[in-house]
Design a protein around this ligand. Structure first.
Ligand SMILES: *Cc1c(COP(=O)(O)O)cnc(C)c1O
Length: 374
């Protein structure tokens, strides 16, 4: 049997809305589904405004530009994340300052943030990693104490709550992705949400060549074309209509793995719940406890049985692109500051858990892992 690490599922109004784009001729970024998808996401998450863009990476970039921080300001973010985060900061002329992750939750270790706040720090970018939220109350109280803005990367956490509050509603601005392995997909796509009128206006212009609001074809700054098409928004809106079901399905998959694999001593499994949240299992990650065995060994073995897996993130402080950019000081790049990110990136991987995963496929994954590692 072959089991892909992710398969998306389309069983709502996706085809109907998409056909409507083609039948009506509204296929560019000027169609009605864009506005409906933006409003729908903003309502669902609990922010005032939404700006649909072409992917999650540029959602982060335009969100950083929207904040309009002075060049050279420092932004704190997790070391264990995707390059899109660090890139959005560097591209906006800002300086990334990384924080190691917690060994259990895999999220940014919030207890290390305060020591990294300097007079140049202007924002904290949080990333809700793999389906468990960051401990936001700690972040928000630091932000309040030091007058910092908070950016939430919610690419892996649509529909996840922190103490009952929706992820993406707690930051000053938040960024979503709709890549086909997320909870809501539309081919490629992203969204910026905020309740600030000024951040909203600036994000709206940043993602569309910084067109002047009054007179078209006058541009006060260079911008990019990051527009989403009506066709993507049509699929996204149909997916949003089914988000509750997607969340239930994700948790079912995660809990079944949790129960079945718990007895295998080789692996550290995701945290099921903390005092502030229940895991939504965006992916089902596993970390090998024995440091002599690396993720590649297990991934190769599972691959021989047709089981798709993916590596964990690779730490930001080791990224050649960031080192070359020459924006971080030596201390920020010092390897010994990040023992946890280093360990889990080398010993962590995730197994099939897409919304299209069939019951029998999951049984096969479970039985194979038990056979090989129990
Ligand atoms: C997927 C993802 C992104 C990037 O989204 P794309 O749409 O692939 O550009 C950003 N941040 C996190 C945490 C992600 O998982």
């Amino acid at each position: 049997m072959n089991v892909a690490v992710n398969t998306p599922i389309f069983n709502g109004n996706e085809k109907k809305y998409l056909m409507d784009c083609i039948d009506s001729g509204w296929i560019s970024s000027a169609g009605r589904y864009i506005g409906e998808f933006e409003k729908g996401m903003a309502n669902f998450v609990g922010q005032k405004y939404g700006v649909a863009v072409s992917n999650g990476t540029v959602a982060l970039e335009d969100a950083m530009i929207a904040l309009n921080l002075e060049k050279g300001a420092e932004v704190i973010l997790p070391d264990f994340t995707i390059i899109s985060c660090v890139q959005a900061i560097v591209k906006a002329g800002l300086v990334p300052v990384m924080i190691d992750c917690d060994r259990k939750t895999w999220n940014m270790d919030v207890s290390r943030i305060e020591a990294k706040i300097s007079s140049k720090t202007k924002a904290i970018m949080v990333v809700h990693v793999y389906g468990l939220p960051v401990d936001m109350d700690s972040v928000l109280s630091l932000a309040w104490k030091y007058h910092l803005l908070v950016i939430e990367d919610v690419a892996e956490a649509h529909g996840l709550t922190y103490k009952g509050r929706m992820c993406g509603s707690m930051g000053d601005i938040s960024a979503f992705s709709f890549f086909p392995n997320k909870h809501i997909v539309c081919g490629e796509g992203g969204m910026i949400l905020t309740s600030s009128e000024s951040f909203y206006q600036r994000a709206r212009r940043a993602m569309n060549l910084f067109f002047d609001a009054e007179r078209k074809y006058i541009h006060s700054e260079f911008g990019d074309n990051h527009r989403m098409t009506n066709m993507q928004a049509a699929i996204g809106l149909a997916q949003l209509e089914q988000i509750e079901r997607a969340v239930v399905k994700k948790r079912e998959i995660g809990r079944r793995y949790q129960e079945e694999l718990r007895g295998i001593d080789v692996f550290q499994l995701p945290v099921e719940r903390t005092e502030y949240a229940d895991n939504i299992y965006w992916v089902f990650g596993m970390v090998i406890k024995d440091s002599n065995l690396i993720a590649d060994d297990v991934m190769k073995k599972l691959g021989e049985y047709g089981i798709g897996t993916r590596h964990f993130f690779y730490p930001m402080h080791k990224q050649p692109a960031l080192i070359k950019a020459n924006v971080c000081d030596e201390l920020t790049l010092a390897d010994e500051q990040y023992p946890n990110a280093n360990y889990i990136s080398e010993h962590g991987f995730y197994i099939p858990s897409g919304l299209g995963l069939k019951y029998e496929e999951q049984t096969y994954v479970i039985e194979t892992i038990k056979k090989l590692y129990r």
